[in-house]
Design a protein around this ligand. Structure first.
Ligand SMILES: Nc1ncnc2c1ncn2[C@@H]1O[C@H](COP(=O)(O)OP(=O)(O)O)[C@@H](O)[C@H]1O
Ligand SMILES: [Mg+2]
Length: 326
C-alpha cells in the first residue's frame, strides 16, 4: 500500500469516527442547580449547532468538553480520550472560545495571540511567529496586528477569539455564543467563517439565535433545561415543522385575534394588506390560513418549541437577533 493511500485511509477513519461522544452526561452545581440531565450526543466532522435558550446548559456542556469542569455523572470522549482522565490529550486536540472572551484590553492583537499560542504549548519561537502571522492573515486581522484590543470592533474581537482557539491547529473547535454583540454584517461574516472552518474539522457552536446556524450546519442539537430535545440535520427540523407554520392575510380585527392566539413570527404589509406568518402547536390553524410549504429554520425552531410549550423561552432569545438584547 502506498503512503498516500495509507494517509487517505487514516483520514477517512478520522472523518468516520466521532470526534466527540457524550454519554448519559449530567451535571449538578454545588448549590444543587441541575444544569445537564442525561445528555447523549455525538459530533463528527463539520459544523454542529448547539441551540437552546439562556440557562439551557450550553456553557456547562462546553466547559465539560473542554476539561474545565468535571461532570457529576456520565462520560465524554474527545477523539477517544476521556475528558476527566486524559485532560492533556484532550486539550491538545481542541481550541476553545469562551462566552466571555475579551479582556487583555490594553494589549496589542499580535502580542495577545503570541502569548496565548505560547500558553497552548507552542514553544518554538520561530515556528510560533510564523503560525501567528498565518492565523492573523486567515482571520482578516493582519492589518490590525498592532492595534490595542480595546480599539477593535466586536467582530474583530470574536475573530481574535477564533484565532487564539485555532493557533495550535486543533482538530476540534468549541465556540460558545460567538455572535453575541455582533452587528448583522459581522454576524453573516462570522457564519461564513464557521462554515469554511467546518470543512476540515469539528466545530461545536452554541447559540440562542437560530439565524446563526445557516445551511452550512451539519446538525443541530436543541438543548433545553439540561436535556437534548432534538439532534439532526437542519432539514429534519424543518420537516418536523411542516403542517405547523402558516401564512394568513386577515382583516385588521381578525389580525388582533390571531396575534393573541398564535405565535407570530413575522408581520408584513403588502399593498395595504397585512400578511402574518406564524406557528401553531396543533393542526388547528387560523381561518383562511394556508400552510407554508418551506418554513425557515427559525420558524421550524419556534414550531418545535411551541409544540412543547417552550416558545416564550425560545422567543425572548430570538428577539435578541434583532438587536434588542440587553
Ligand atoms: N457556576 C455555577 N453555579 C451554579 N449554577 C450555575 C453555574 N453556572 C451555571 N449555572 C446554572 O446552570 C444552568 C445552565 O447554565 P449555563 O450552562 O450557563 O446555560 P447556557 O449557557 O445555556 O445559558 C443555569 O440554570 C445556570 O443558572
Ligand atoms: Mg452560556
Amino acid at each position: 500500500m502506498s503512503n498516500s493511500t495509507q494517509a487517505r485511509i487514516a483520514q477517512d477513519a478520522i472523518a468516520a469516527a466521532d470526534s466527540i461522544s457524550i454519554e448519559d452526561l449530567s451535571h449538578t452545581y454545588k448549590g444543587g442547580q441541575k444544569a445537564l440531565d442525561g445528555v447523549n450526543l455525538r459530533f463528527g466532522l463539520g459544523l454542529y449547532g448547539l441551540l437552546g435558550p439562556n440557562g439551557a446548559g450550553k456553557s456547562t456542556l462546553m466547559r465539560i468538553i473542554c476539561t474545565l469542569l468535571e461532570p457529576t455523572a456520565g462520560r465524554v470522549r474527545v477523539c477517544g480520550h476521556d475528558v476527566t482522565k486524559d485532560r492533556q490529550a484532550v486539550r491538545a486536540l481542541l481550541g476553545y472560545l469562551p462566552q466571555d472572551f475579551g479582556g487583555w484590553r490594553l494589549h496589542r492583537v499580535e502580542e495577545v495571540l503570541d502569548t496565548l499560542a505560547q500558553m497552548s504549548g507552542m514553544l518554538d519561537k520561530k515556528k510560533r511567529h510564523a503560525r501567528v502571522s498565518e492565523v492573523l492573515e486567515q482571520m482578516g486581522l493582519a492589518e490590525v496586528a498592532d492595534r490595542k484590543i480595546k480599539k477593535l470592533s466586536g467582530g474583530m474581537v470574536r475573530r481574535l477569539g477564533v484565532a487564539q482557539a485555532l493557533v495550535h491547529e486543533p482538530r476540534i473547535l468549541v465556540v460558545d455564543e460567538p455572535t453575541v454583540g455582533l452587528d448583522p454584517e459581522e454576524r453573516i461574516r462570522f457564519r461564513q467563517l464557521m462554515t469554511d472552518l467546518g470543512r476540515d474539522r469539528t466545530i461545536v457552536l452554541s447559540t440562542h439565535i437560530v439565524a446563526d446556524l445557516g445551511a452550512g450546519c451539519q446538525e443541530i442539537a436543541i438543548l433545553d433545561d439540561g436535556q437534548i430535545l432534538f439532534q439532526g440535520p437542519p432539514p429534519q427540523l424543518v420537516a418536523q415543522a411542516s403542517g405547523h407554520v402558516f401564512e394568513v392575510a386577515p382583516s385588521a380585527e381578525d389580525a388582533e385575534a390571531i396575534e393573541a392566539r398564535y405565535e407570530i413570527v413575522s408581520t408584513n404589509v403588502s399593498n395595504g394588506q397585512i400578511v402574518l406568518r406564524g406557528v401553531a402547536a396543533t393542526d388547528a390553524l387560523p381561518p383562511q390560513a394556508t400552510l407554508v410549504a418551506e418554513p425557515t429554520l427559525e420558524e421550524s425552531y419556534l414550531a418545535f418549541m411551541e409544540a412543547r410549550g417552550r416558545t416564550s423561552a425560545a422567543r425572548d432569545d430570538t428577539e435578541g437577533s434583532k438587536g434588542t438584547q440587553s
